[in-house]
Design a protein around this ligand. Structure first.
Ligand SMILES: *Cc1c(COP(=O)(O)O)cnc(C)c1O
Length: 338
């Protein structure tokens, strides 16, 4: 039994999901003739109360195209120093959009409306024009932290006043909704564009969706083609997404509960200096400085437990659908015996 806690992307489709995929009605989505893709896009459009949704092969592509929709070359995206778009998308903001990032020194990947105001460049001709504010919920590098929704509303007002777009990277938006008892409509009302992943906590093999109103999404279809993200009978994957929306959202609470148990076990270990607050399914902890992180990772690997390092003697564990109760008991035993 291998216990893989490196990411919530390691899950494999369940029997029910595979059945839904196998029996999907499909067509050529480049001709916009795949009924299952259309059904998934319509479902999310309704859920978030927007005009349009577009299926993507990855969350990175959905984010990068959102940034391109909101910016012109030379302009600036305001985001946190922990942002996925800045750290883990290969400098795509510069490569694809010719834009730069103005980084906010936030708290666990989150910042305030006051910090946004400060980050906006003055209108003088020699500044880069601020055109987009980007946030992430839950924050990945911030350890699955959830924003206070009121702060989003405050930032939205700043965006309105200064004519800035407002995009949310919602790779784990479902975890935030479950943890904080929020609705998709709240997000739809607050953000101009929303990217969501089906391939993380929801357990799909592939799939992300970008959601927004007609006006901002106008170029999204041609940009997806430009990026090479067009796909043919992709309804097989959209079927997994529809299945996940029906079956796999509420159960995220279980992943969150297990993550808290893991955090409690880690707190009791003498070689661990600090466990970051656990709000969802991500556990980030720091080893005492005399403990070598790769050695600790190897010790767990010898017991068939896989986790990853984040640098600076910090490590990460992520709970997910394929992390069973039996695995959970075993992990807690191993940690308690350390
Ligand atoms: C995983 C992730 C993405 C997108 O990842 P892909 O692997 O490209 O699907 C975007 N943002 C965050 C915060 C993520 O965790």
């Amino acid at each position: 039994m291998i216990i893989d806690l490196r990411s919530d992307t390691v899950t494999k489709p369940t029997k029910g999901m595979l059945d839904a995929m196998m029996t999907a009605e499909v067509g050529d989505d480049v001709f916009q003739e795949d009924p299952t893709v259309t059904a998934l896009e319509e479902r999310l459009t309704t859920m978030f109360g927007k005009d349009k949704a577009l299926f993507f092969p990855s969350g990175s592509m959905a984010n990068q195209i959102a940034i391109k929709l909101h910016t012109n070359p030379g302009e600036q995206v305001i985001c946190d120093k922990y942002a996925h778009i800045y750290n883990y998308e290969v400098g795509g903001v510069a490569f694809h959009s010719g834009a730069s990032c103005k980084l906010i020194d936030g708290n666990r990947g989150m910042f305030t409306a006051a910090q946004v105001k400060e980050a906006i460049n003055p209108p003088e001709y020699y500044y880069s024009q601020s055109s987009l504010v980007e946030v992430e919920n839950t924050t990945n590098k911030g350890g699955g932290a959830c924003w206070d929704f009121e702060e989003f509303e405050k930032i939205k007002n700043v965006c309105k006043t200064h004519d800035l777009g407002f995009h949310i990277d919602g790779a784990r938006i479902w975890n935030a909704m479950i943890a904080k008892n929020e609705t998709a409509l709240q997000y739809g009302n607050t953000f101009d564009t929303i990217s969501v992943c089906l391939s993380k906590g929801l357990g799909c093999p592939v799939g992300s969706v970008l959601i927004g109103d007609e006006q901002i999404m106008k170029q999204s279809l041609s940009l997806r083609k430009l990026f090479g993200g067009n796909m043919r009978q992709v309804g097989y994957l959209a079927a997994a997404g529809l299945y996940a929306l029906d079956h796999n959202i509420e159960r995220l609470a279980e992943d969150h509960r297990k993550a808290k148990d893991i955090g409690n076990a880690l707190e009791d270990m003498s070689i661990i200096k600090k466990v970051e607050p656990i709000e969802t399914n991500i556990v980030i902890f720091e080893l005492e400085s005399h403990v070598d992180d790769s050695e600790f990772i190897n010790q767990l690997a010898e017991q068939d437990i896989k986790i990853i390092g984040m640098g600076s003697n910090k490590l990460r564990m992520v709970t997910h659908m394929d992390y069973t109760n039996v695995m959970h008991e075993r992990l807690l035993e191993v940690l308690n015996a350390f």
